[in-house]
Design a protein around this ligand. Structure first.
Ligand code: SF4
Length: 433
């Protein structure tokens, strides 16, 4: 359901009997500069709205915790008081490292006041903050560590000044290594960096140099994203104006393969189409928070434009309720339903959507998808379609794009770059009469 921003609040989410969430995502919308390829909700704060935002966020976190406890007891779970236990927190944006330290202190207090980040058995929750190299100062990193942050995801994107300029990133290549070293010196054990390939003008040799430079930082996790031209970004407008030519498709594929070759040789394993970790998907370095997304787990969402998903008990096939907070800071600040945020999208449990999400995100993982669960989703979405789904999987196996591993379907090496195509093809068969 698409709602008027502010017309519906996240209260409607918690009318469902939910299972306990695993994770919490918090969106901070402020950036120092708008990068030309970016379509996340973010902007340059010229009105000093950070303090009001953090206070509003603290109210939302309190409300989310209260409503989560009520929704879980509705679902047959214990009527618990106290803090809501979580396996992971991820603060993204935007540029979370741009928040002033005193506001970070306030936010950290609010998070710990309402959520328990000590998992059963004493394993601490994974607590990630996205940082940009230019704003991740040693002082801030120490403050974050003191507040329980144990993972940083650093937006490096490239080690070539020319490509950073094309992307309109404002840091210099040398700043990345210093920020990584500062994070480690602050005691943050897990540091990941993001890189972008297929930037206009970037050659496979440039990309090789980026990967080698990243590997020289002894990272245990690395994300390599193919540059995409999202609608309404400055990059897409410049492309339409003919200001540059996009990277040739052959180069894109060569860069995809190069990442696999160099990173695998360095001991990292591709566990998702764009993500590598030492030890792979079941190792200690894979991003637990993102795995909750990719495995259709339950997560809460706070902040403007943040999206959440909670599993709902009961129903023909497991599914969840999905929502997105309204994507404007002004709306977020002015509409406050007992702390809950206004939402612009609210999608009740729906087996067809559950199957689409399982295929679109699950097939991107090295572990693939559970074939029995996918067939159950398909049958619930369209009776009689499970057989068509299995038949389509067999065709994809014959085409060399899919492999069968016990009860799971997983992409082959040839299938990795075609994950979306494979998922769409399987989905289209379910929709056939
Ligand atoms: S720093 Fe990140 S969120 Fe901000 S504009 Fe750049 S890509 Fe977007």
């Amino acid at each position: 359901m698409r709602a008027e921003p502010g017309g519906v609040s996240a209260r409607a989410v918690f009318a469902h009997p939910i299972t306990p969430p695993e994770a919490l995502y918090i969106h901070t919308p402020f950036c120092a500069h708008k990068c030309h390829y970016c379509d996340f909700y973010s902007f340059v704060d010229t009105r000093d709205q950070q303090p009001a935002f953090v206070e509003r966020l603290a109210r939302e976190l309190r409300a989310l915790a209260e409503h989560t406890r009520a929704g879980v007891s509705l679902g047959g779970g214990p009527r618990a008081g106290g803090r809501v236990p979580l396996g992971s927190v991820f603060v993204g944006g935007g540029t979370p490292s741009l928040l002033a330290p005193r506001l970070w202190e306030r936010l950290l207090v609010a998070i710990h006041e309402h959520f328990d980040l000590t998992a059963p058995g004493g394993v601490p929750a994974e607590f990630t903050v996205e940082c940009n190299p230019e704003s991740a100062t040693p002082e801030l990193l120490r403050l974050l560590r003191g507040g329980g942050v144990n993972r940083v995801s650093m937006g490096a994107q490239s080690f070539h000044a020319a490509h950073l300029r094309t992307l309109e990133r404002i840091h210099t290549p040398g700043r990345v290594g210093r920020a990584v070293a500062d994070a480690r010196a602050a005691g943050i054990e897990r540091v990941s960096i993001d890189l972008i390939y297929a930037v206009p003008g970037q050659s496979p040799q440039d990309w090789r140099a980026d990967l080698e430079r990243a590997l020289s930082l002894s990272l245990d996790h690395l994300s390599c994203y193919n540059l995409t031209y999202e609608p309404n970004t400055a990059m897409t407008v410049r492309l339409a104006r003919g200001e540059f030519v996009p990277a040739p498709e052959d180069d894109e594929l060569a860069m995809f393969d190069l990442a696999e070759e160099l990173l695998t040789a360095a001991g990292l394993t591709r566990y998702e189409v764009s993500n590598y970790a030492r030890g792979g998907i079941h190792g200690p370095h894979a991003c637990r928070h993102n795995l909750a997304y990719w495995r259709q787990g339950g997560w809460l969402a706070a902040g403007p434009s943040a999206s959440g998903h909670l599993r709902v008990r009961g129903g023909a096939a497991p599914s969840g309720v999905r929502w997105k907070n309204a994507p404007r800071l002004d709306t977020y600040l002015s509409r406050d339903d007992g702390g809950l945020a206004p939402v612009c999208d609210l999608e009740p449990p729906d087996p067809a959507r559950a199957l689409r999400e399982r295929l679109m995100t699950g097939l991107r993982l090295s572990e693939g998808v559970d074939a029995l669960a996918a067939a159950a989703d398909a049958e619930a979405a369209a009776p009689g379609s499970a057989a068509r789904l299995r038949h389509c999987a067999q065709e994809l196996v014959s085409d060399g794009l899919l492999g069968v591993h016990g009860q799971r379907w997983a992409l082959t090496r040839r299938g990795w770059p075609l994950a979306d195509f494979v998922a769409r093809r399987m989905m289209s068969r379910v929709g056939e009469p």
